[in-house]
Write a protein that binds this ligand. Structure first.
Ligand code: C2E
Ligand code: CA
Ligand code: CA
Length: 720
């Protein structure tokens, strides 16, 4: 059990090691192991073969020596010749001992050792030698066979009979003893060289084989890995692999497929990230990129780049009245028109909502972009059939041009926005080029806005009061409260300068709250001082009327000041009333129900429809100053005041003429039947204390009795 666990651990460790080792090293290690084994086998084999070979060499040498003696014995006569020959042969360094002796007697016939010459083998001093020679003579050791004695080898052969000089015949035996070391030394050198050559060959073979295997497996594997890692997987980089029919081909094809898929998905994502899903136009991301690249391109080419921002004028109404689906369809139609009117180098973007941008690239003259913008407005202004509805898409366009208006994308975008606001201000359906002073105006506007907030906190505002005169009696019928700003640096700032800024920024609501509270406080104060009661008219803005709690606030202010609603009048300009008609009517009705009077200010300038007018709970129409202004000089200008006075009478509401500056104007208005008037003729707006002294003095503006001629003139003006 323990052994099994141990073995299991081992396999785990090995597989872990194998997993960690790269294929390159695996192949190398495998080859080294193989080469090692083959090398060891080779060395072992060589040793075995070498031992055999040495035996063979020694035997050959022994044969050769003995054979040469035997040959000499056959051919020679006489001992002396033999002795000389044996001495020569025996002088070879590898020959230790050479003996030729008589088999019958044992007497030494010839030897390379002088001491043995002529002696008898039985009486040799060297015991070992004697024993081995005697053993040969006795036939104990076989003839013609090598006998090894340490580093020596002996060999004995029977030689033919020899004829002595004496005529005697003797049977002879040749005994050779060789120094094996001398013989093998040479061959072992050779064997060593051979072995080294073999090993080198083996190594070369291993190297070649591993190189071959490397080229075959490792190198394509590494190449595949590098391509995959570099993420530059495409048909070009994969070309060497994809057509292969082996596993590499399969792997390469799978990699190519999955990378292509991944790339396509990524590209799709990238496209989605840079495009608006509804219209298919570029989005803000693309806008930024494209603007950057166009600008840097223009820097080199020296051409102009125009940035055109387009905003649909009444898109909200389309959405509100026809629904979002039609709104979406309209946006798509607009996108198509913009595309049609863009050149190939231009980029059309949907910035969001109903706001679009066109980056007009490679422009030669600013006129070009103006013409393009005009074409776009014309195309948009045509009626479009959107899901069965006839819709018109009017738009305002703001344009800024690189490099004259700015060099940075952010600056250009801001400029184009400013130009767009200007276009909207100028009455929509309008194109405006950015101009520098426009920018200044906005800086000014920002400063005013900032100062307004501190102004409210630091109570820098005052109310001036302008009398309203009852034309029949000449008495003061009430006052209009008009705000003034005592700016610490700018002095007395007129409302025309800051009211539009306050309206744009929403600060107007705080201002109205203050005006209402201050007017009510003043009404109460005059009452308490016994100079009232005075009915005061307060101007309110469109934004106030859209506040759901406006009526409650007015009511709370009145109650808080202890003023009856009948002394408060709200002045709403005609154009204000025509925005969000239903909401405005709701607010005005609640105010009216509470007891506050309502008058329409600047009447005649807003083209309000009579049908609407009847729905408003109005007590008074205020004829706009512009109609009164030239009444004394131009008889044709009498028509409108007359029309308004008649209209008021028909509707059963009061009528007041603003901006009455001359007695003549007053007279004509009186003769037309106008009930009240307001203007410099009676008094400019003045601080509360000045107004109070007017009241105290009980100032009256006596009615001048008209001459008969004048009355006729006035009444002869009729409305066609
Ligand atoms: P508005 O409501 O039409 O006020 C009448 C303006 O005509 C006043 O200008 C007044 O000074 C001026 N005016 C009066 N009589 C004559 C005249 O005989 N000849 C000439 N040429 N002008 C005359 P003001 O005070 O500068 O106010 C301008 C506008 O600012 C007002 O026009 C009103 O729309 C706005 N405004 C003034 N005070 C307030 C306020 O407290 N709240 C709001 N929302 N708007 C205010
Ligand atoms: Ca007014
Ligand atoms: Ca007015």
């Amino acid at each position: 059990m323990r052994g099994w666990v141990c073995g299991n651990n081992m396999t785990q460790i090995i597989s872990k090691l194998l997993n960690r080792t790269s294929v390159k090293w695996k192949v190398l290690i495998l080859f080294c192991a193989l080469a090692g084994t083959v090398g060891v086998l080779l060395i072992g084999l060589s040793f075995a073969m070498f031992a055999n070979y040495q035996d063979m060499v020694v035997a050959k040498r022994a044969h050769y020596t003995s054979d040469s003696i035997v040959y000499a014995l056959e051919t020679m006569e006489g001992l002396s010749q033999l002795e000389r020959y044996v001495a020569i042969v025996g002088a070879e360094s590898d020959v230790d001992l050479l003996l030729v002796f008589d088999v019958a007697t044992g007497s030494v016939l010839a030897s390379n050792r002088g001491t043995l010459q002529g002696g008898n083998i039985y009486s040799i001093d060297d015991v070992d030698l004697r024993k081995s020679v005697v053993r040969v003579l006795n036939g104990d050791d076989p003839l013609s066979e090598i006998r090894w004695e340490g580093d020596r080898a002996s060999y004995s052969v029977k030689a033919p009979t020899m004829v002595l000089e004496t005529g005697g015949i003797v049977d002879t035996l040749v005994f050779v003893r060789l120094k094996t070391r001398y013989i093998t030394a040479q061959s072992s050198d050779m064997a060593q060289q051979l072995l080294i050559a073999l090993l080198v060959g083996l190594m070369l073979a291993v190297l070649l084989a591993s190189k071959f295997l490397y080229d075959l497996i490792v190198s394509p594997l590494l190449k595949l890995r590098d391509i995959a890692q570099s993420r530059a997987v495409d048909t070009v980089s994969m070309a060497p692999f994809v057509n292969r029919m082996d596993e590499f081909g399969e792997v390469a094809r799978s990699i190519l497929v999955s990378f292509t898929e991944a790339r396509e998905t990524a590209e799709q994502f990238a496209k989605q990230a840079r495009h608006d899903s509804l219209t298919g136009l570029g989005n803000r991301t693309m806008f930024q990129e494209q603007l950057h690249s166009c600008l840097s391109h223009a820097e080199r080419s020296g051409k102009l780049v125009a940035l055109m921002i387009l905003d649909l004028d009444h898109f909200k109404e389309v959405n509100d009245t026809l629904g979002h689906h039609i709104g979406d369809q309209l946006l798509i139609a607009v996108a198509d028109i913009l595309r049609e009117n863009a050149r190939d180098v231009d980029t059309v973007i949907r910035l969001g909502g109903d706001e679009f941008a066109i980056i007009v690239d490679e422009l030669d003259q600013v006129d070009g972009v103006m013409a393009q913008a005009n074409r776009i407005l014309e195309a948009l202004a045509k009626t479009h059939l959107v899901a069965g509805h006839e819709v018109r898409a009017e738009a305002s366009i703001g344009i800024t041009v690189y490099p004259q208006d700015g060099r940075e994308p952010d600056v250009l975008l801001k400029n184009a926005d400013l130009a767009l606001y200007r276009a909207k201000d100028e009455g929509r359906g309008n194109i405006q080029l950015y101009r520098h002073e426009l920018h200044l105006r906005v800086i000014e506007k920002n400063a005013i806005e900032r100062d307004l907030r501190t102004g409210i906190i630091e109570n820098q505002f005052v109310l001036y009061y302008q009398p309203k005169i009852d034309l029949e009696t000449g008495e003061i019928a009430g006052a209009e409260a008009l705000i003034r700003w005592k700016h610490p640096d700018r002095g007395l700032v007129p409302p025309d300068v800051f009211i539009p800024v306050a309206e744009d920024s929403g600060i107007i609501c705080d201002l109205t709250d203050w005006v209402l509270a201050e007017a009510c406080r003043q009404i109460r104060a005059w009452m308490d001082e016994g100079v009232g009661p005075v009915s005061v008219a307060v101007n309110v803005s469109a934004l106030d009327l859209r506040r759901p709690d406006f009526t409650d606030r007015v009511a709370a202010t009145l109650i808080g000041a202890g003023v009856s609603p009948k002394y408060l009048e709200i002045e709403v300009t005609e154009s204000t009333m025509m925005h969000d008609v239903d909401q405005v009517i709701g607010t005005l009705r609640r105010l009216r129900a509470f007891g506050v009077s309502i008058s329409i200010d600047d009447f005649g300038t807003g083209y309000s429809s009579l049908a609407y007018l009847q729905r408003f709970p109005v007590q008074r129409l205020k004829i706009d100053r512009s109609f009164v202004m030239d009444m004394s000089t131009d008889i044709n200008s009498h028509a409108i005041p007359k029309l308004i006075i008649d209209l008021a009478r028909n509707l059963g509401v009061g009528v007041l003429a603003e901006g009455v500056e001359t007695q003549e104007q007053r007279d004509i208005l009186t003769s037309m039947g106008c009930e009240e008037a307001q203007g410099y003729l009676f008094g400019a707006p003045v601080p509360a204390e000045d107004f109070e002294s007017l009241l105290r003095r009980n100032v009256n503006f006596p009615v001048r009795q008209l001459e008969e001629k004048e009355v006729d003139e006035a009444s002869s003006i009729s409305v066609a």
